[in-house]
Design a protein around this ligand. Structure first.
Ligand SMILES: [Zn+2]
Length: 282
């Protein structure tokens, strides 16, 4: 029989909410070598820092839930007041690249800079050590894992090798999954680039509840990933509120930030569920 993960206080499932506060950085990275002039997607992404993120912060405050925010260095430099607001609301802040670079497109020095520089920017803003990392677009390399450990990062949250915490090369991993990512269901950028229309929030919340019930059966981690420019839209905030209310009626949940989950995993599961990067080229 498969070994089930044990949560604190005999809870059956852990719930963590994470927010990847990218701002416009992915657009700027994607277009870094072009003479772009159309501001459609640029404005669309700015909805995040202008309105979306504030709605999410307010909703979390109303329900007294602490979340984990992952923020690129660029976004932290451009919106320092928002970073301070997130921190002052008691949320965790983790790294998310500098300009939302894909880690496998960087050489080792460039990669190291996307860890070291944003870490300093964010730590200077919040006056606290940053211990978590989530890679842009959830791509990861063995080099990245090594560099994170070199720079005292205590956990990563970018991989999907289990649906409960594990370790990769000794680094605790707080796993994500596409089924629990808002962009899969809601992202629509127009311009003929995406052909499926965005899903109705009620339908999305139902899908998330079903996955939650499955994870509860298997003692898993329900880690939801949201983006302010995507989830910050009016009806989706109401959907998120419905989901939070549903969770608050369930006594079997351990609500935690990714940092708290990583600490719990380190204390209780060191050396267990510890995996290697075994890349095979054929
Ligand atoms: Zn991102």
């Amino acid at each position: 029989m498969a070994e089930t993960y044990q949560w604190p206080g005999h809870k059956k499932v852990a719930v963590a909410l994470s927010i990847d506060f990218d701002g416009e950085s992915p657009f700027l990275w994607k277009n870094r070598n072009t003479n772009w002039s159309s501001i459609g997607e640029y404005e669309h992404r700015k909805f995040g820092p202008r309105q979306g993120v504030h709605r999410i912060i307010d909703l979390l405050a109303e329900h007294n839930i602490k979340a984990s925010f992952y923020i690129p260095g660029y976004t932290a430099r451009k919106y320092p007041q928002i970073i301070k607001k997130i921190h002052n609301n008691g949320h965790e802040i983790g790294l998310h690249g500098d300009m939302h670079e894909l880690v496998d497109e960087l050489n080792r020095d460039e990669l190291e800079r996307t860890i070291v520089e944003p870490k300093k920017v964010i730590e200077d803003l919040i006056g606290e050590q940053v211990v978590g990392y989530r890679s842009p677009s959830w791509e990861l390399t063995a080099d990245t894992i090594e560099l994170l450990q070199k720079h005292d990062i205590q956990y990563d949250s970018s991989l999907m090798g289990y649906d409960h915490p594990y370790s990769i090369e000794g680094l605790p991993e707080i796993p994500v999954q596409w089924l629990l990512d808002d962009v899969v269901f809601y992202r629509y950028v127009g311009g003929g680039k995406v052909h499926n229309s965005p899903k109705n929030p009620q339908e999305v919340i139902e899908i998330w509840k079903e996955e939650f019930l499955g994870l509860k059966r298997y003692n898993g981690l329900f880690l939801l990933t949201m983006h302010p420019w995507v989830t910050g839209r009016a009806s989706r905030i109401i959907g998120l509120e419905n989901l939070i209310q549903y969770f608050k009626n369930d006594k079997d949940i351990w609500f935690a930030t990714c940092k708290e989950i990583a600490e719990y995993h380190q204390e209780n599961y060191q050396g267990k569920f510890d995996e290697k990067v075994d890349i095979i080229h054929r």
